[in-house]
Design a protein around this ligand. Structure first.
Ligand SMILES: [Zn+2]
Length: 88
């Protein structure tokens, strides 16, 4: 928990540690996720998912703290996943 807070490459805001649920195939206990509702990646995601799948959903920027690999984390509302945020 001592490593510096990672910043989102899309909005430059500090990301939150998010506890990985058991059903996800990651080895880590947590990943960085950008929970900024103004993040352009997240904002654009709503439009993209609507056009592509015709349903309200988006994704937030996620980063693996070990490998630094980046990926999307799908969400279905602006409150989704927030209960997994690990308070500093
Ligand atoms: Zn962001």
């Amino acid at each position: 928990m001592n490593e510096p807070v990672a910043k989102c490459p899309h909005c430059d805001q500090p990301m939150d540690r998010w506890a990985i649920p058991d059903e996800l195939p990651f080895d880590e206990d947590w990943h960085w996720i950008c929970f900024n509702d103004e993040c352009p990646y997240y904002v654009k995601g709503w439009k993209w998912m609507e056009e592509k799948f015709g349903r309200p959903a988006s994704y937030r920027h996620r980063q693996n703290p070990t490998s630094k690999e980046n990926g999307p984390m799908a969400v279905w509302s602006d409150m989704a996943l927030r209960n997994g945020i690990i308070k500093p």
